[in-house]
Write a protein that binds this ligand. Sequence first.
Ligand code: ZN
Length: 352
Amino acid sequence: MRFRFPPACLSALLALAPAQGVTAKTFDIYFIDVEGGQSTLLVTPEQQSFLIDTGWAGSGMPGSKPGDPSQSRDAKRIVAAAHDAGIKQIDYLLITHFHPDHDGGVVELAQLMPIRHFIDHGTLPAEAQRDAPTKDAFESYLAIRTKAQHIEPKPGDRLPLRGIDAIIVTSAASTITQPLAGAGEANVACDHPAPTPGEPFENPRSTGVVVTFGKFRFLDVGDLTGQPLFDLACPKNLIGPVDAYLVAHHGGADASDPATFAAFKPRLAIMNNGLKKGGAQVTYETLHHVPGLEDVWQLHRSEAAGDQNFPAERIANLDESTAHWIKLTANADGSFRVLNGRTGEWKNYPAR
Ligand SMILES: [Zn+2]
């Protein structure tokens, strides 16, 4: 049996079909495995690149120094993600704070790929400089930073990216004081003082950013812990609900405060933990009880978490022998999907 459409009906059907070669613009985020450091590559709908942190230097072992970029571990992983995204340069690099698991990879990355603008909170306090690897990595970073444009944004400032809205919410231990649009309600989970940060000098100075694409919102605060992280959530919620929250400080114990999750109300929590770094058991205890949280994605299985780890299909690397990323692709209507680079499987999250 054959169907024949009247011409008017056929042209209506053709009008509904997407034009060939035209694809909807998306906002992509690669959570790159740098073994418990941070490196997160954001690609705007206009194909601008916004990299947040660069992982470690050299072989990635604590204390390792920048060397031959072709032998680098983390800078090469960043380049692999950039190539996957069709990116040939880093338009904006945000260094959340000056610890070697965040700024260590920059020397090698700058030799593999042009970096056009550096964004950070400026200086490293004297107390933090007492740690030799931290001081060395910061000085190496400064030598690179002076060769390009440098932006030192304050809380409330917007970054000059096109197609997305990137607003700085914390920097150098200060935070926004007025709630972002859609936030500002009292947080009933704030019945305690700010948790003590594991490292009191530089982590609480992390630069944090909320990136919005249409109805989709992403929060990345680096290793922000202590009073400034608490101030974003308590006593008033200054951030409002986000779709994806990169759990602060790699999911360390000082980022486990349920009050922060009550404020940010993430659909998805992503942890850039290593096998033995971040991913504290107490954080898992919180994550297993966050109302409205649909999934937790881990860059690594956490040894400390034992049977509290989330299911393997949400974990990109089960041990230290692989370096798979987690990729999130967001649409302007707020829907998104997430790829486990290890399994090749996507999971869809419909618009709310
Ligand atoms: Zn860190």
